[in-house]
Design a protein around this ligand. Structure first.
Ligand code: HAM
Length: 416
């Protein structure tokens, strides 16, 4: 019986992993340049952590299970709730603001399709402790700089759920949550039906339907303010900073986000080349800490859909150069030389199949080795190694020091 991997999961081969790591490295570098530091949380958490406020959509898609002790657990569908839990448990007395980033796998029981998996990776940040427009400006700029550096073709949309929540202030929480979810899904028909079902007053329904259509330059903010009576000063100040930073965006008051914890500014980025699953980034400001037993601390953050970005990012990792150390009956010598080369940062491969020299060299071709160093009796006696340039076929005889210099100067290698 051949065992297949579970639906919605993927295997990654070395070429793909190198590409993924190169993209991840850009994200880490930029987040760290803003002073964010990495944290890690468990792969599974108490189910409750996600049912408190993440919303119906997330709950339906959860990988939830009971462990042998009868505890209700879930594989994390996202990391914002875990990070806030960590903050409440471990860091609530640390000086604020706290700047955290994470790169981790998440699990959602969704219908798999291009760009939508049951196990996927998020790179995200959470800036904990500020409700200022400056905090929003920082995380939005950070997300923007990452997507820009990766040369993605994307569009950034920024909204504010406060306007919708303000309109919905007299609607029961559960009913309002459904309104938000339908808006998030862009299901206008369903939304109209739901508003009728909950007997929303005519002017409220009209205001909601007009508000979610408002999208464009920052001047739509005035229309939004007139429509809702909501103070858009925070958004205006945010736009001033973003404009001065050269961050391009569309104001979009139809962004409701699929998670229930957002309270203020929200944003999403969409990219070309992904089909229906084109959202590569989602984030915004939220309040969760008080629900997990902490103080009511405002936070803001985002998560990039790593797999979707990998799919469209053209970045190619630097190719690693490989040296094969081949031998004729001198396996120990080959091991020792390879060991020395590795200590000098060179990637060296030796034979572990007890093959003939000819087959070792043919394998060197198979793995695209740039050079083969050959060790035979003659080489040991003379103290000079034979180096073969696998591309040109030319050979040289060199002593160890010159060999090292020759290889190093011809090789791109990474010392981590
Ligand atoms: P989210 O929008 O649910 O937000 O997820 C963030 C990103 O993860 C999405 O924009 C998308 O690119 C990617 N993503 C989501 N589901 C899948 C999937 N099934 N397969 C592949 N990629 C997927 C959050 O999770 C929030 N925690 C973001 C946040 C951080 N808000 C504040 N801080």
């Amino acid at each position: 019986v051949k065992i297949e991997r579970p639906r919605g999961t993927r295997d990654f081969l070395p070429d793909e992993m190198e590409r993924r790591r190169a993209i991840e490295a850009v994200m880490r570098r930029i987040a760290e340049s803003y002073g964010y530091r990495e944290i890690a949380t468990p792969t599974f958490e108490h189910l409750e952590l996600f049912t408190i406020k993440s919303g119906e959509g997330i709950i339906e898609e959860m990988y939830a299970f009971k462990d042998k002790g009868g505890r209700d657990l879930a594989l994390r569908p996202e990391l914002t709730a875990p990070v806030v839990r960590l903050f409440v448990n471990e860091c609530s007395v640390m000086p604020k603001p706290l700047r955290f980033y994470y790169f981790a796998n998440c699990f959602r029981y969704e219908r798999p399709q291009k760009g939508r998996y049951r196990e996927f990776w998020q790179f995200g940040v959470e800036l904990i402790g500020s409700s200022s427009y400056l905090a929003d400006a920082e995380v939005i700029t950070l997300a923007y700089r990452i997507m820009e550096e990766l040369k993605l073709d994307f569009e950034l949309h920024i909204g504010h759920v406060g306007l919708l929540r303000h309109l919905l202030r007299d609607v029961e929480e559960e009913k309002a949550a459904i309104v938000m979810r339908l808006i998030d899904k862009k299901d206008v028909e369903g939304l109209i039906k739901h508003l009728e079902e909950i007997k929303a007053p005519q002017d409220l329904s009209e205001a909601i339907l007009s508000l979610i259509e408002l999208s464009g330059g920052r001047d739509v903010l005035k229309d939004a303010s007139e429509l809702t009576g909501f103070d858009i000063g925070h958004m205006e100040k945010l736009c001033d900073v973003l404009d001065s930073m050269g961050v391009e965006y569309t104001i979009d008051l139809g962004i409701a986000r699929g998670l229930d914890y957002y309270t203020g500014v929200v944003f999403e980025a969409y990219a070309e080349g992904l089909g229906a699953q084109n959202q590569i980034c989602g984030g915004g400001s939220y309040r969760l800490a008080h629900l997990f037993g902490g103080e009511d601390v405002p936070s803001t953050g985002f998560a990039l859909g790593f797999d979707r970005i990998v799919e469209i990012c053209k970045l190619t990792p630097e190719e690693k150069t490989v040296v094969v150390v081949a031998n004729v009956g001198l396996e120990n010598e080959a091991f020792k030389l390879a060991d020395l080369l590795r200590r000098h940062g060179i990637c060296a491969i030796t034979d572990v199949m007890e093959r003939s020299l000819k087959r070792q060299l043919s394998f060197a071709n198979d793995v695209n080795a740039r050079f083969a160093v050959i060790i035979g009796k003659k080489e040991i006696e003379s103290g000079r190694y034979t180096v073969k340039d696998m591309a040109s076929g030319e050979s040289l005889q060199l002593e160890f020091d010159s060999l090292l210099e020759y290889l190093s100067s011809n090789i791109k290698y990474k010392k981590s």
